[in-house]
Design a protein around this ligand. Structure first.
Ligand code: G1P
Length: 270
């Protein structure tokens, strides 16, 4: 069973400057809820209640969001606004949140390795909060994990000219929508990509990933790449790529952020 999830959240969010000078990018709101809210909700719906954050400097707003706020609650109690706090309070009650700081930004793989003390020797999910997903993708992945008990990467097809923004996968289909990973390349040049199947920010990882990350050499951009560690797992045993059912908004980009905002406004406010 998957009981824990790790949220790498130490990045600077430079694409959203100047807002991210003082607001962590994970706290930027899609309408009235910050990005992490959606990611945590997806975890809770998948039965995952142990949530670890790899944070950095200037990220305290995340901890404050995931704690009760008695003054605000007192202020809105007995008013129609009290219900606006219901969902987050439910999450706070159900989950245990733990935090560790990544002191240096040495890549996504390094961030995941920094989270090892929060995870221990357990299989776990990794959620990149700026990929906002609808359709309970983690629930789908947990089910698949129960069947295969190996690392799983959520993938979707992207435009050929966007492959250099993602970890790109080459695989062999073993059942509908499920591929055995044969190769995985971090942000390949457009003409060198093995396919247009891109990893999105949802992974289930087996804990042997930590030892691999400890020994792996820096890859693309001189960073410790999660993609390279997953490829090592694929070569040693089995890794699956899963074409999820649902929709992903790339909220790390301004256009994806606006698209998600419009989607949730239509869905929840109209
Ligand atoms: C990271 C990973 C990449 C993956 C992407 C998904 O890249 O390194 O393999 O495809 O997340 O969003 P980043 O977006 O952090 O540059």
């Amino acid at each position: 069973m998957i009981k824990k999830a790790l949220f790498p959240a130490a990045g600077y969010g430079t694409r959203f400057l100047p807002a991210t000078k003082s607001v962590p990018k994970e706290m930027l709101p899609i309408v009235n809820k910050p990005l992490i809210h959606y990611g945590i909700k997806e975890c809770v719906n998948a039965g995952i209640f142990g949530i670890g954050f790899v944070t950095g400097r200037a990220k305290r707003a995340i901890e404050d969001y995931l704690d009760y706020s008695p003054e605000v609650e007192e202020k809105v109690k007995d008013s129609s606004k009290a219900k606006l706090l219901e969902e987050v309070n439910k999450m706070i009650k159900k989950c245990t949140f733990t935090y560790v700081r990544q002191k240096e930004m040495l890549g996504l793989g390094h961030a995941v390795l920094t989270g090892e003390p929060l995870i221990g020797n357990n299989p776990f999910a990794v959620v990149l909060a700026d990929d906002l997903c609808v359709g309970e993708i983690l629930t789908q992945m947990v089910k698949l994990y129960e069947k295969y008990k190996c690392t799983i990467v959520a993938v979707e097809e992207v435009d050929k000219n966007e492959v250099n923004k993602y970890g790109i996968i080459e695989g062999k289909e073993i059942e509908e929508g499920v591929m055995m990973v044969k190769n995985m390349v971090e942000k390949p040049d457009i003409d060198k990509a093995p396919s247009n199947l891109a990893a999105i920010g949802r992974y289930i990882l087996t804990p042997d990933i930590f030892n691999i990350l400890k020994n792996i050499k820096p890859g693309k951009g001189g960073e410790i790449q999660l993609t390279d560690a997953i490829l090592t797992q694929a070569k040693r045993g089995m890794v699956l790529a899963y074409k999820f059912k649902g929709k992903r908004f790339d909220c790390g980009s301004v256009s994806g952020f606006v698209e998600a905002t419009n989607y949730f406004y239509e869905k929840e406010f109209k």
